[in-house]
Design a binder for this molecule. Sequence first.
Ligand code: ADP
Length: 545
Amino acid sequence: MRGLMQERPLLVSGLIAYAEQYHSDTEIVSRLSDRSVHRSNWREIGVRSRRLANALARLGLRQGDRVATLAWNSFRHLELYFGVAGSGGVLHTVNPRLFPEQIEYIIAHAESGHVFFDLTFAALVEKLAPLLPSVRGWVALCDAEGLAGLNIPNLLCYETLLAAETDAFDWPVFDERDACALCYTSGTTGHPKGVLYSHRSQVLHAMATCSLDALAVSSRDSILLVVPLFHANAWGVPFAAAMSGAKLVLPGSLLDGESIYHLLRDERCNFSMGVPTVWLGFFDYIERNRATLDLSALKLERVAVGGSAAPRAIIEKFQTLLGTFLIHAWGMTETSPLGAVGNPLPKHRDLPAAAMFDLQTKQGRPIYGAELRILGADGTVQPHDGVAVGDLQIRGNWIVSAYFKADGPATDADGWFTTGDVAKIDPDGYVQLTDRSKDVIKSGGEWISSIDVENIAVGHPDVQEAAVIGVYHPKWQERPLLLIHRKPGRDPSKADIIGFLEGKIAKWWTPDDVVFVESLPHTATGKLLKIALRETYRDHLTGAG
Ligand code: ADP
């Protein structure tokens, strides 16, 4: 027997409609690239999203069409989140930190017909435009004066487009399973893969994000959104903020310790989220200026950290210097991204500080809507005993089922998605990542493909075999180290090898050091034994190894 309740589709437009009506005066604050601060609110974001929807219709946007962005966190990018998805389009947020060939591939693969870009990316867009004839319009996120000097075909101006429209627009109603956003992940080798979110998955993820045992986003929050809008939908926080009417503070491109400190203080932010590297820079600023800073001016109650493992030193500093609780979270672009969130349970209430810090170093426990399990080397499900280690798998309401335009599913027959992370899970469900089976390095929250660098390095005439591994780095968490097994009788220098890579890889992918070895370890099937190498060279860059 079917239930007899209404089935209103879960649509992203419902989030902005709610925020506009019931939290209209709650501020949306943006730091622009000239360091000035722009103030908007949910009413204006709602109104301008509807103007944008009218402009998109005039540009010919149809249901399911992709609209790309190359932009930092700002009110205009937030309007695109709601204006594009709300009117039935698919917002394709491109990571501008990827190198131009990847960006070109991604925009072509997504078939994004319009690209909205910040002026800081004008030079990049000038290079891309001739290579992407499928893009019908390049829309600069500025007013008409900002267009001066740009040499881009089919150039449009965001503010001019909006000024030509009225606020009158009825958000269309359609199937909640339709796509609303597209993010490419470059976590593994080969071309980046598209994760296509649905309205339903985003709204359910936002609801979960707002729950107390997840990130507890509410109208009481002033949130500094450090995580970029182009990283897995800024961890879904824009949608959760609209659903709950939270204040959002958008830092633009200025993510240095001082800029973050000032925004947290001036906007009285009680919540923030970002990758560990950003917080390392933040504490570096605090420590260098400790004598002159009044830390009691910060009202930061909690901070969510993920993307890479939150170092224990950061967990401790947040607590002892600022009284801020660090919520360690785990997720992926493929998981919207929240999978596990590190809140304590009632039984942990009276834990001594050191034991609480231990708990916080774990990556958190599953929230409702996401199931986690680990598989042993023989493919059997392992117990959650805090000892057994295995490949981490996930399934749930906001987990990828297939990549965009891929031939097959991304999961097994039972819907389990293999994450490429290796973990143990304790009896309370807390996940602890112990390694990565995917062959990649994560430096400052961005991926470096080990295999791509290895393939180029073995092209050097003196190189027999090459291995690239991620080793510990105090600022970037991980940096690539290149191990070279030379051909017999050959003796290249480090500079020869690094020089050979130059121009063939992005500059920030360049290994921090080159080590010459007599041989490289292999598995029984002939693959490089990276686990052993990571163990041996873990502290190579800090001088301890
Ligand atoms: P995001 O954009 O959220 O960083 P990605 O898809 O680029 O998502 O990266 C996901 C991967 O990042 C995970 O599979 C894992 O390897 C790593 N990761 C995410 N969160 C953590 C964490 N808390 N600790 C360690 N590694 C993490």
